[in-house]
Design a protein. Structure first.
Ligand SMILES: CC(=O)CC(=O)SCCNC(=O)CCNC(=O)[C@H](O)C(C)(C)COP(=O)(O)OP(=O)(O)OC[C@H]1O[C@@H](n2cnc3c(N)ncnc32)[C@H](O)[C@@H]1OP(=O)(O)O
Ligand SMILES: NC(=O)C1=CN([C@@H]2O[C@H](COP(=O)(O)OP(=O)(O)OC[C@H]3O[C@@H](n4cnc5c(N)ncnc54)[C@H](OP(=O)(O)O)[C@@H]3O)[C@@H](O)[C@H]2O)C=CC1
Length: 303
């Protein structure tokens, strides 16, 4: 738990300090799994409030693992001690790899890279955890397109095995190879996807979620019947509306916009009800309301 895993002739051995930008559900999960594997982690967000929430989520998750006997109190304390937090980009100056996991908005991500590049070591790699945006375009907004890659973790990060890896047109082969090996060192499995809108997982998953929202919008079923149908009828661990709330409805809508605009096919049109929910600020679990209301002890369907 506390030492870096070894591989034969690891090409990623020099990657020891990891920066993570965005302390939301993905960023804090990514910070947790690297810190658990012995890496030093620098976690940056826009406010101390967001950072405290992120570290709070990590502490809770580690507490759950400790209660189950999967880690001990020392592992938990050591993991937390490896995570430094801050809002100043100087925090990331010593990092070998920085993973951007801020909100799914290209303008925000570009502004982040503009602040990051001047402080970052010349040979450091930048990865984006974007769910859908062009890796080539994001890379082109940095000073190092050859050392830029898509590194798409799945939610919840500590549990999900997959990391989708995406090369931009300029991504160097050694950059890709280092990141692929790093994923293996984390104990996760990678698949490689081409740089098309939403890559593989979300090209398939998000249209299904969008269709579930249309199914609700058109009155074919209630929230509960749609989710029960897919859980019991197709053996999905979560119903599509429950999953949408879990991902975040803002992220789901952003991905549908990228698919719709990027592939220019009306089959990707975001459901108007999904648009309305996001306009209302009903973003799912993270705001206490989405297709379910999370303010009570158990989630209550809203329709
Ligand atoms: C949008 C994108 O860009 C890409 C994406 O990520 S799309 C989303 C992909 N993710 C999914 O589809 C998740 C679908 N859901 C699931 O697989 C499951 O419901 C789940 C793994 C989240 C929870 O599983 P469950 O069996 O219902 O609950 P539960 O028994 O409480 O949890 C199973 C394990 O996950 C852990 N876990 C659950 N939620 C967790 C969380 N948010 N963070 C960390 N760990 C969590 C639990 O502690 C438990 O661990 P152990 O096996 O060590 O005991
Ligand atoms: N949710 C999911 O299931 C998955 C999401 N992703 C991707 O991961 C990324 C993050 O998603 P997720 O964690 O769900 O989103 P969250 O909304 O949970 O977290 C995003 C975090 O980024 C912060 N942020 C916003 N702007 C900046 C900035 N300029 N600098 C630093 N931090 C900033 C936000 O702060 P504030 O709230 O104050 O704006 C928030 O803390 C997105 O690209 C998303 O598409 C990938 C896989 C799965």
């Amino acid at each position: 738990m506390t030492t870096l895993p070894t591989l034969d002739a690891p090409i990623s051995a020099h990657i020891r300090q990891i920066g993570v930008i965005g302390a939301g559900q993905m960023g804090n999960g990514i910070a947790q799994v690297f810190a658990q594997r012995g890496y030093q982690v620098a976690l940056l967000d826009v406010s101390d409030e967001r950072l405290n929430q992120g570290v709070g989520a990590i502490t809770k998750n580690l507490g759950r693992l400790e209660a189950k006997g999967k880690i001990n109190a020392t592992d938990k304390a050591d993991t937390l001690a490896r995570i430094n937090t801050g809002t100043d980009y100087a925090l990331l100056s010593g990092c070998d790899l920085v993973i951007e996991a801020a909100s799914e908005n290209e303008t925000i991500k570009r502004a982040i890279f503009a602040q990051l590049c001047p402080v970052l070591k010349a040979d450091a790699i930048i990865a984006s955890n974007t769910s859908s945006l062009s890796i080539t375009r994001l890379a082109a907004s940095t000073d190092r397109p050859t050392r830029f890659v898509g590194m798409h973790f799945m939610n919840p990060v500590p549990v999900m095995q997959l990391v989708e890896l995406i090369r931009g047109i300029a991504t160097a082969e050694d950059t890709f190879a280092i990141i692929k090996e790093l994923v293996a060192r984390l104990g996760k499995i990678s698949v490689s996807a081409e740089d098309f809108p939403a890559f593989i997982v979300n090209r398939i998953l998000l249209p299904m979620i969008n269709e579930a929202v249309y199914t609700l919008y058109e009155g074919v079923g209630s929230v509960e019947s749609i989710d029960t149908a897919l859980k019991l009828g197709a053996n999905h661990p979560m119903g599509p509306l429950e999953l949408a709330d879990f991902i975040g409805l803002d992220t789901c809508l952003a991905v549908m916009h990228v698919l719709h605009e990027g592939l220019a096919d009306s089959k990707y049109r975001p459901c108007p009800l999904l648009v309305k929910y996001v306009e209302a600020g009903w973003l799912g679990r993270k705001t206490g309301r989405g297709f379910y209301d999370y303010t009570g002890e158990t989630p209550v369907p809203t329709r």
